[in-house]
Design a protein around this ligand. Structure first.
Ligand code: SF4
Length: 423
């Protein structure tokens, strides 16, 4: 091993190994690599063993990150290199030549694993073992197509498969997946399989994300049964706890999950009352992500997006009155030149009218045109010119400025690039 500073940072849920801070590798409690920074490049490894490398490059806003999935031998070489580094670090630790920091994180909890045994767990995983683990993932999960950025490290539970609507013309997800609700017995077996698969690595994934596209469409009585089951299978803080009391409870219960999170679409969300949401909140529901996309009715119709801006406002109001936080997702660049001005004006006005609070999120998602989208065909036929990358970024900045200016209560407004997602 080249000489240099070697350090380990232990947290309750993760181990980070670094060499001169130029090579930084992070592992869960099972020893699975999940992220790395090596030679100026960032790597993220999914539970399915996909490995995506991101490099920062010069370029216009929105094109400053180049991503590439490493596959086959290239991926295995990288994973082999990681294992080699860890082997050398383990030797150095055994000789007492590494700095070890124990952080009281997350939630003020000290790590309970010692460095040597954690590194041993990491060393169990060579490229072949990780490939086999990726295959196991596919026995436990249907593809996990997308999550909101703050939930990339959630424990996903797939109550449904696909999306009950599936016709929004811009949506690249769930094609070829027939919508289906898992029967209760199957759901319970799925959760058991998820827990077994993640093992102690579940400590890194402290929230439950209910998949797939629109699981709150499940009928009321069944949903109550599902939430009851989830609050027994996982373990959520009491609904009434807030602020300091909640933080203390979480510190005292390091194995608890923050709560249940889910997508909902306007047409489904609108069918639920405040009382419905309040019942779910008491059983663990903490935040619901609403795919608004736009505040323009005309553009919604063009996108085949069911619902109306007024219904969206009501859904957000009902959720917030029930004590459930919201994540509002807005697209930038959708509708091209034809809708640009109306899209920005009406979306900003609608999001402002939601009067979001500090626990809420607004995600601005640049439209990514993928092959074969119905949207592209219809836009071409309608003579709509797509916005180029610079114009999409300009629109994103305009949306952000408008929303932030009217955002007196401080909801976090941030970017949501669906190309960054890996589970
Ligand atoms: S409702 Fe959501 S998941 Fe379903 S097709 Fe529309 S955008 Fe996609």
């Amino acid at each position: 091993m080249t000489a240099g500073t070697v350090g380990l940072v232990l947290r309750y849920h993760s181990l980070t190994v670094h060499r001169d801070f130029r090579e930084i590798l992070a592992f869960d409690r099972e020893g699975r690599l999940y992220t790395a920074f090596v030679d100026g490049r960032t790597y993220r490894r999914g539970l399915d063993n996909r490995l995506v490398r991101t490099v920062a490059v010069d370029g216009p806003p929105g094109a400053r990150r180049r991503r590439r999935e490493l596959q086959g031998q290239e991926r295995d070489r990288f994973l082999g290199r990681v294992r080699g580094t860890v082997r050398e670090v383990a030797d150095q630790v055994a000789r007492g030549g590494a700095r070890v920091h124990r952080l009281e994180e997350p939630r003020g909890v000290l790590p309970d694993l010692d460095p040597g045994s954690w590194l041993e767990r990491v060393l169990r995983w060579g490229p072949e073992e990780l490939a086999a683990d990726g295959l196991r993932f596919h026995q436990v999960y249907r593809p996990v197509s997308i999550l909101p950025p703050d939930q990339y490290l959630a424990t996903v539970v797939q109550l449904t498969e696909g999306c009950s609507w599936g016709r929004c013309t811009f949506c690249p997800f769930y094609h070829g997946t027939t919508f289906r609700i898992r029967p209760q017995a199957e759901l319970e077996a799925h959760v058991a399989a998820v827990r077994e698969f993640l093992g102690e690595g579940i400590a890194l994934r402290r929230s439950v994300f209910l998949g797939d596209g629109n699981p709150l469409v499940v009928p009321r009585a069944r949903l109550a049964e599902v939430f009851d089951f989830l609050s027994r299978a996982f373990w959520f803080p009491p609904f009434e706890l807030r602020g300091r009391a909640l933080r203390r409870w979480l510190r005292e219960n390091p194995d608890a999950f923050a709560g249940i999170y889910s997508f909902v679409d306007i047409f489904t969300g609108h069918r639920r009352s405040v009382a419905d949401y309040a019942r779910l909140a008491r059983a663990g529901l903490r935040r619901v992500y609403v795919g608004l996309e736009t505040g323009s009715q005309e553009l919604m119709t063009f996108l085949d997006k069911p619902g109306t801006p007024e219904a969206a406002l009501e859904v957000i109001g009902s959720l917030r009155r029930a004590g459930v936080a919201v994540g509002v997702i807005v697209m930038a660049g959708i509708g091209g030149d034809r809708f640009a001005a109306e899209h920005v004006a009406k979306t900003v006005a609608l999001v402002r009218a939601m009067e979001l609070g500090p626990e809420d999120l607004v995600y601005l998602s640049p439209f990514v045109e993928t092959e074969g989208l119905e949207y592209s065909r219809r836009a071409r036929e309608a003579g709509i010119r797509p916005l180029d990358q610079a114009a999409i970024e300009a629109q994103l900045a305009e949306l952000r400025a408008g929303i932030v200016a009217g955002n007196g209560t401080g909801a976090l407004v941030s970017r949501y690039d669906i190309r960054e997602f890996i589970y």
